[in-house]
Design a protein around this ligand. Structure first.
Ligand SMILES: [Zn+2]
Length: 354
């Protein structure tokens, strides 16, 4: 930590001299000043300290970043390093006294379990402050992945679904924004760097269109995965096989080309193939109440979610279902009847493998 208590006031490690009576501002246990030629000065608890609101292990990146972020956010209000919040047992790396809503900045450089991200986010919400999670270098160099999205994806006006990274070396905020997933489940987003809050508020100078994925490429990719017996596709292929179908022969009527929010696991196309297969195997009238649990079951099979720690998509599944059923009606596979739909004709599966 950068601050310690001394005689009821706070001392910044960069101005501190060696002495024995520094204490942690949160738990008031003794802390020791660390300084040397190679390290930025900081305070640390003694080993086996009982402190329950310790921050993450201090690295140069984390110590430097915290100070940079206090400066970066200063245009929004008075900033305070390592602000202790006793009611929720948390310590915000930087606290911004913004009106009407304060902002808690978390500069996360080390790995953090999903449960801890949820707890800390909930703690900030309890205090009605907005948590700004900024991720360090180890996260910035990762490829987009679900663990990252599930823990840290937020939503900001003009940037939409986004991840925020702080680049200590360049003193820049890097946004990976307009996050999406293509039909085959690959994550993507647009990267923009900003150097001040005005640029953050202004949003990106341009927004790239979401990419369109060729279905030929998707089939080719799946053929390779099936040949390699990739475990993720196994439950999907089993589901289809038991109903007399092969994944690569999916009907054109099930195809999708639009990107989705990045929460659908292996992607919307697999979800539509499973849901369409289950739907056309049903006998009797199709009602929304009958289709809903099937849609959910198929979402589970493709590893999809309707919620991350910070963003929920309560209507996403219903919207995907409505869109798909509407298309099937338009293409003459389903008829609208009172209270639901009726199968008019079965979609044709391709028999050849590729
Ligand atoms: Zn402590």
């Amino acid at each position: 930590m950068l601050l310690a208590e001394l005689a009821n006031s706070l001392v910044d490690a960069q101005n501190a001299t060696r002495r024995e009576d520094y204490r942690c501002p949160a738990c008031h246990e003794p802390v020791r000043l660390h300084r040397g030629a190679q390290v930025i000065p900081y305070f640390a608890h003694l080993p086996q300290s009982p402190c329950t609101i310790q921050g993450e292990g201090e690295t140069t990146e984390h110590l430097t970043g915290k100070r940079q972020l206090a400066t970066f956010f200063a245009a929004w209000g008075t900033t305070e390093l390592e602000h202790v919040l006793p009611t929720v047992q948390q310590r915000a790396d930087v606290w911004v006294a913004r009106t009407p809503q304060p902002v808690a900045v978390e500069f996360q450089c080390s790995p953090l379990a999903l449960g801890r991200v949820s707890e800390r986010t909930a703690g900030y919400h309890q205090l009605s402050c907005y948590p700004f999670w900024l991720l360090g270098h180890r996260y910035r160099r990762q490829r987009l992945n679900w663990a990252l999205i599930e823990r840290f994806m937020g939503w900001l006006p003009r940037w939409e679904l986004c991840l925020l990274f702080w680049d200590v070396e360049h003193r820049q905020l890097q946004l990976t924004h307009h996050l999406y997933q293509d039909v085959a489940g690959h994550y993507g987003g647009q990267v923009t760097r900003v150097t001040n809050l005005a640029a953050l508020m202004a949003g990106p100078a341009r927004v790239d269109p979401y990419p369109q994925l060729s279905l030929v490429r998707v089939r080719y990719h799946w053929a390779q995965e099936l040949a390699r017996a990739t475990p993720q596709l196994r439950p999907i292929q089993e589901f289809l096989y038991l109903r007399g179908h092969h994944l690569l022969g999916f009907p054109a009527a099930f195809a999708a080309t639009d990107c989705t929010p990045p929460v659908l696991g292996q992607g919307i196309l697999l979800w539509r193939i499973l849901f369409g297969t289950a739907l056309f195997a049903l006998k009797g009238p199709l009602t929304p109440a009958r289709l809903r649990p099937i849609a959910q079951n198929c979402l589970d099979l493709v590893g999809g979610h309707v919620q991350t720690v910070r963003v929920s998509f309560p209507h996403l599944l219903a919207r995907l279902q409505t869109q798909f059923v509407t298309e099937l009606v338009q293409r003459g596979y389903l008829d609208v009847v009172p209270g639901g739909w009726r199968i008019r004709r079965q979609p044709r599966w391709r028999s050849e493998q590729l």
